[in-house]
Design a protein around this ligand. Structure first.
Ligand SMILES: Cc1ncc(COP(=O)(O)O)c(C=O)c1O
Length: 313
């Protein structure tokens, strides 16, 4: 078991290490709880965390179809759009983004990177953005890009779920070297990552922490995405813990900001992102404080997203 940081072994870089929480160690020992984190943020610099896994089969399908453009949706700080631009460019496709809301004269760092990767931006009125593929706006863009491959917001289609299904195998292989974890804990936006994990029988029980308000409603989406990937998915293994959204998507109240800083002091080699993983780790601590998760070995999944900090300067 690595005492401090990821190390290299015969399989490559070992990505799991213990996580020091702000809770008293003695309390964790008394409750027989151990906490480790899988460092997805250290995978694939161009598409870290869950990003590469949600995109890889989409990229393969786009290439197989001979698509010249890879089009998707996202906000001005979207981790998904950022990863899509990097990976599309490497595969010789032109990335195209439908961006939520008006474009500001000064592009965000995320969108600047998108353009630097050869990408094209289309601002979209919020009403059109909400309508997604059904909007007239998208219909007209289909005329401009007849050869395009379309990826939904967040990379959350069956190909994205499939990528996360296989990602779970890679995580499990490393986890097995340490012993058996009782529960995997993961943050959610669309729920595609959780669905891929849930579809994979190698994954034990799961607790999902939505970054958005009303995230409990994700349960049925996650179930149906998981069942598409594996009709025999054991759905009861997954529960949603919906109360740690901190006011909603992209909200960073001072309580959460302070927590992120405290956790960084305790784990100097680890950075959490403000939108997803910070809420996950904070939520796990709160659940333990409430007396939950006793007698469990917990594996938190770091799903990346660190480029998103640029929205909080
Ligand atoms: C860093 C990060 N973590 C977690 C998620 C949530 O993933 P999903 O939308 O698959 O639930 C996202 C969104 O894609 C993300 O960018």
């Amino acid at each position: 078991m690595p005492a401090f940081y990821c190390y290299e072994n015969e399989y490559g870089i070992f990505m799991i290490h213990p996580l020091t929480l702000t809770l008293d160690d003695q309390l964790l020992r008394d409750r027989n709880i151990s906490v480790c984190i899988y460092r997805g943020d250290l995978e694939y610099a161009d598409a870290p965390g869950n990003k590469w896994h949600k995109l890889r089969f989409n990229l393969a399908a786009a290439k197989a179809q001979g698509a010249k453009h890879l089009i998707s949706f996202g906000g001005p700080f979207s981790n998904h759009l950022h990863a899509l631009a990097n990976t599309a460019q490497q595969e010789g496709m032109i990335p195209v983004a439908i961006v939520r809301g008006e474009l500001q004269p000064q592009l965000t760092p995320t969108l600047r990177d998108f353009v630097a990767a050869g990408g094209i931006l289309w601002p979209s009125k919020r009403v059109d953005y909400r309508a997604g593929m059904e909007s007239d706006f998208v219909s007209s863009l289909k005329g401009y890009y007849p050869d395009a491959f379309w990826v939904p917001e967040g990379g959350s289609n069956s190909l994205g779920v499939k990528g996360c299904y296989y990602w779970a195998n890679a995580i499990k292989q490393q986890a097995d070297e340490i012993g058996s974890f009782d529960t995997w804990l993961v943050s959610a936006g669309t729920g595609a990552t959780s669905a891929g994990f849930l579809a994979n029988d190698n994954v034990p029980n799961m607790l999902v922490f939505p970054a958005l308000k009303g995230g409990e409603a994700l349960l049925s989406d996650i179930h149906s995405l998981a069942l598409q990937q594996n009709p025999d998915s054991h759905l009861q293994r997954l529960s949603i813990v919906g109360e740690y959204h901190h006011g909603g998507y992209a909200r960073l109240p001072s309580e959460l900001k302070d927590y992120i800083e405290q956790l960084h002091q305790l784990n100097p080699h680890l950075r959490l992102d403000p939108v997803y993983t910070a809420k996950l780790v904070y939520g796990v601590e709160q659940e333990i404080r409430k007396g939950k998760l006793t007698n469990q070995k917990l594996l938190l999944i770091h799903t990346g997203g660190l480029q998103g900090w640029r929205g909080y300067q």
